[in-house]
Design a protein around this ligand. Structure first.
Ligand code: ASP
Ligand code: MG
Length: 463
């Protein structure tokens, strides 16, 4: 499809997992040069760099002396990659100089944080984006060396506009789409490879705002939707979505096709294949998402599309997360007490804690939150005055299991099959949340029963 006067193009996201070191980067660079002309590459930081950047903030709050160490660590990491990828001394020098200029700027931010003893969300976001700026520099330079015309477009130049929420921004698709289209018409050629640092955009007032950890997938989806790409490819170091986590089920299989809904559900619990928000921007323009394995680029991978395909199997995958805990608020007549739910959720979200899910009955409100947040969440509700409940308790030794497949609620017997299998494995189901999604059924088990649960479910639905 041709969008206005834009030629058809792909948008490809390159994850940090594919950029572990110079050798891994070289594989990617060759793939880009041979397959990516005329396409846009949204890149993550080199592996581990965002973590270094963020812990650099904490250590500069503690002491000024740490800043030199952080900068040296980042410099060494990038210089090593540059030395691996380039051999011409003049090129190496030129690239290192560019890199050092970027690092110099970063250093000044760290000093700012250290002097003011304050790291505002604004500052944190600013610092966090340096990894993507640096990886784009290196990758673009290396692809250019292979005789390909390349360019870098920063999100602020492209006009990726966000709602301005630091550390958890959302792209505003209308202005972003217009800006992207105009930029591409002006700058893009049929043979150029354009690199875009992922992970962030700018607010309408020009603030750098990130899309949250792992947000480069979302960035790529925003760009893909904005330029009406033929396809959004996510390049990874894994084959794609699987019927289970290979750590639990070594003989699990690849899922060749899945729907947006299924992918979003699996992204939520599954093993980090895709950022949960990636489908949002592309869904409306029905752009397919292809997960590709860079170690086997001709393999089929997983294709995520708008249409459910008819197969005899409704369930596509069994997945889980251990990053869950449950806060139980016992109160009588929950359903008859106006405002109790909002009182509790406001107390928790007011402290910046994300509530993953809420399940209520007449005697109990259960909030599911990340494990790292459970202690604080418990405290927050304990501070509500007057106390609107009888007792609040929490459990962190649970895991959230899901079976995922679009249409599972329309097919008779799936839930029965699921819970029969779980019960035969002698596992007690602690809590069920069903009916909220068309593509998933969730329940909680004790963490110690997780392995048995996954084995039993995979055997039932796939073997
Ligand atoms: N580099 C960022 C992170 O580690 C964004 C991303 O890789 O998607 O969270
Ligand atoms: Mg990632």
């Amino acid at each position: 499809m041709i969008y206005g006067s834009l030629p058809p193009m792909k948008v490809v996201k390159i994850g940090g997992g594919c950029l572990k070191d110079g050798k891994a980067a070289r594989t990617i660079i060759q793939l880009i040069a041979s397959r990516g002309q005329g396409d846009i590459f949204v890149v993550s930081a080199f592996y581990g760099v965002t973590n270094i950047l963020l812990s650099g903030i904490e250590s500069s709050l503690e002491s000024e002396e740490s800043i030199g160490k952080t900068i040296t660590q980042l410099k060494t990491l990038h210089h090593e990659i540059i030395h691996f990828l380039f051999s011409d001394p003049a090129r190496i020098h030129e690239l290192k100089e560019k890199m050092d200029r970027v690092l110099h700027k970063l250093e000044r931010y760290y000093y700012g944080i250290s002097f003011t003893r304050e790291a505002t969300p604004r500052m944190r976001d600013m610092v966090a984006t340096f990894g993507e700026r640096m990886s784009a520099l290196v990758l673009s330079g290396a692809v250019e060396l292979l005789g390909v015309d390349t360019g870098i477009a920063l999100p602020e130049e492209l006009g990726i506009i966000t709602d301005g929420k630091f550390m958890d921004a959302t792209a505003l698709m209308n202005p972003t789409g217009e800006n992207l289209k105009a930029f591409m018409e002006r700058e893009m050629t049929g043979s150029k490879v354009l690199f875009v640092p992922g992970f962030y955009g700018i607010s309408e007032t020009g603030e750098i705002t990130t899309f949250g950890r792992g947000g480069s997938d979302y960035s790529a989806a925003v760009v893909a939707a904005g330029v009406r790409a033929e396809v959004l490819e996510i390049w990874k170091d894994t084959p794609g979505f699987m019927t289970a986590d290979p750590d639990n089920i070594p003989h699990c299989r690849l899922i060749p096709r899945l729907t947006y809904e299924e992918a979003a559900e699996l992204a939520y619990t599954g093993a980090g294949i895709l950022h949960p928000r990636t489908v949002e921007p592309v869904r409306a323009s029905r752009i397919d998402i292809a997960i590709k394995n860079t170690y086997d680029p001709d393999a089929r991978g997983s294709l995520i599309t708008g249409d459910a395909i008819e197969t005899d199997r409704v369930i596509k995958s069994v997945s889980y997360t251990k990053d869950i805990s449950i806060l139980k608020i016992h109160a009588s007549g929950v359903g008859a007490r106006q405002g109790i739910l909002s009182l509790i959720t406001e107390a928790v979200s007011g402290q910046g804690i994300n509530i993953k899910s809420v399940i209520t009955s007449q005697t109990c409100i259960s909030l599911l939150v990340s494990r790292k947040d459970i202690g604080r969440a418990h405290e927050c509700v304990g501070n509500i005055r007057p106390i609107p409940f009888r007792e609040a308790s929490f459990r962190a030794d649970v895991a959230l299991v899901s079976i995922v497949g679009e249409g599972l609620h329309l097919n008779r017997g799936i839930a029965a099959k699921c819970f029969t299998a779980v019960s035969r494995a002698n596992v007690n189901v602690e809590m069920i949340s069903s009916g909220t999604s068309d593509a998933a059924l969730y329940f909680l088990v004790q963490e110690s029963s997780l392995d048995d649960t996954i084995q039993a479910l995979h055997a039932t639905f796939f073997d």
